[in-house]
Design a protein around this ligand. Sequence first.
Ligand code: PEP
Ligand code: MN
Length: 367
Amino acid sequence: MRLMDAQKPLIIAGPCSVESREQLNAVVSSLAQMPQVSMVRCGVWKPRTRPGGFEGLGEKALRWIADLSKELKDEGCRSLPFACEVATPQHVEQVMRYGLKAVWIGARTTANPFMVQELTEAMRGTGLMVLVKNAPSPDVRLWMGAIERCWQVGLTDVTAVHRGFDVLKNGGYRNHPLWEVPIELRRAMPKVPIVTDPSHIAGRRELLQEVSQWALDLGFDGLMVEVHPNPEEALTDSRQQITPDGLRELLEDLVLRQTDSGMADRDLSMLRSQIDRIDDQLLRLLSARLEVSGEIARVKAQDNLAVFQPKRWDSLLQQRLAMATELRLEPEFVKEVFEKIHAESVRVQQQRLSGGEEPPVPQDKTE
Ligand code: PEP
Ligand code: MN
C-alpha cells in the first residue's frame, strides 16, 4: 500500500516508544481492530533532549515488531505496516533487516541537512515509505529540503508530518501548530500528503481533539496519534498519549470535511466573490494609507522630525485595539496587522526621506 493512495483521512497510531513486548502486543492488537488505522507508529530509538532518560530498546524492539507482524499474519489478522524513527544510516540498515516498510525522519533530524543527506543516501533503493516531520524551527524550507533529499535518492512515497514548532510564545501548546507553515508547504508542494501529529503539538491529551479537527478542517490528509495501553505509566510522552479507546472516541467525534465541495459549490462561490470584493477594498485602502504616509514624510522632512514617533505609535495602537474589541476582533491579531502596516509605513517614509532611493532589500536567511 502506498501511503499516498490510502483512504482519507490517513490514520497512523501507536505508542511514542516500544517499552515491552506486552505493551506492543496490547496496543497493536487493539489498533488492528480499528479499520480507520492504516499504519502503526512506534519509536525504537528515542531522541532525548538530555541524556539519562529512556532512549528506546533498539534492535530488541525491532525483533518484537517482526515477530508480531508474523503472528498477526499467521492468525489471519489485518496486516498493518509499522513505522519507526530513523536517525542514522545504521538505523536504516536495522529497519531493513527486520522488514519494516516505513520510517520517519524526526523533527530534530530534519533541522540538520547533513544528517538528512546521510540518512536519505542510506535509504536509496530501499523503497521505504518516508514520513518527514517538520523541523522545530518554523522554516518551511528545511522541511521542503528534507522531502527533496528523499526524492533525490528515488524515494517516491514521501509524506510530511506536521508536529508543530518550537517558538517563544507557544500559546499553551507543547509545539505551536503555526498552521500557516504547513499551508505554505501545501502551496509549494501540492502533491505531498500532510499528516498532522496532534500529540506532539498538544503535549497533553485534552487538546488532541481540537488540534485534530483543525487539521481536517484545513483539508490535511490525516493524523499521527500516540496511543499507549496505559498512558499514565508511559516511559515517554505520558501526558499526551491516549488509550486505544481514547483513539476510537477521538476518531468518532471528528467531523470529516469534503475537499471537493460538490453541492456547496454555488453557495461557496457567492461567498468567495464577497471575499474577493472585500480584499479588493482592503488593498485599495492600504494603498491609500501608504500614500498619506508618504505625505507625512514630506512634512516631517520640512520640520526635521524623526520618522518613528513612539508616542504617536503607542496612542494609535491603543485606539485600534479599543476598536478591535468593539468589533469583536482578536486584539492579538489586530496588533500584528498594525505592526506590519506600521513597519511598511516607516519603510516608505524612510525611502522618501532618503530621496526616493530604494531601501535595502531584506536579506534572505542563510540557504
Ligand atoms: C516522536 O514522534 O515520538 C518524536 C520523537 O517526534 P518529534 O521528532 O516530532 O519530536
Ligand atoms: Mn513522542
